[in-house]
Design a protein around this ligand. Sequence first.
Ligand code: ATR
Length: 270
Amino acid sequence: MDRYAVIGHPVEHSKSPLIHAAFAQQTGQQLEYGKVLAPLDGFAATVAEMQAQGYSGANVTVPFKFEAYELATELTPRARQAGAVNTLSFVGQVIRGDNTDGVGLVRDILHNLQFPLQGQRVLLIGAGGAAEGVLGPLLDASLATLSVVNRSVGKAQAMVARASAVAVPLVAHSFDALPGQVFDVVINATSSGLSNERLPLPSGLFATDALAYDMMYGRETPFMQYAREEGVARIADGLGMLVEQAAEAFYIWRQVRPDTASVIAAMRAS
Ligand code: ATR
């Protein structure tokens, strides 16, 4: 049977095995999907071992997405753009690297939340790996403008400068520049929710009927609380993105597109 796994450190908490098992059952695909804990200094050795054992592919999570990018012998354009890889396919000795995070975010917003991105003023908060991974697909979504804000503004500026051939006005800001600006979509791609820290966001940031989206999932973050205090009606966590990025990986490996809505609903209910 074809074998896949998510590689991370830590990895116990990962929901990917549950999601892929649900996809496999739903589509009648015969596969196994497990979890592999790689030592912090042993990502490449772990991948080599998995190839030797006959794995067909793997998902890659924190902190190995950049190492996976370096290790891949072939990269898709979107992986190259993101500078990070979350999906590996093992084809003989070839290690093909892709990145499904950004497309997962955009699909969740467009299809699950039914929130149009075209013509919208979007604010992306953060300039770490998570933000970098979604920048390209956001830029492809026909936005009116994309602003990136980060605590270390230099990182936001560097990320914006790296984005090439951009059809959308793209700017980098510090948090100080936000008062007085208004956005239709605000996406939190920082890790501030992990430490329960509040971001220095001003009042009045959201347009009427705006969407507040936190890429974290599992609980209400300070960013989601802030959006609620600001009266935002559409507030989403990153569970839908998690399932959508998995669905895209499943499609890469199996050429079958699973239904995501039922899996998101089941995970929300549990
Ligand atoms: P990830 O892979 O989750 O993106 P990362 O690459 O370490 O992790 O990036 C973390 C991001 O969260 C960065 O944008 C970081 O801002 P800095 O670049 O200024 O460090 C942001 N971040 C984390 N905690 C934050 C906080 N309390 N306030 C503001 N930004 C925060």
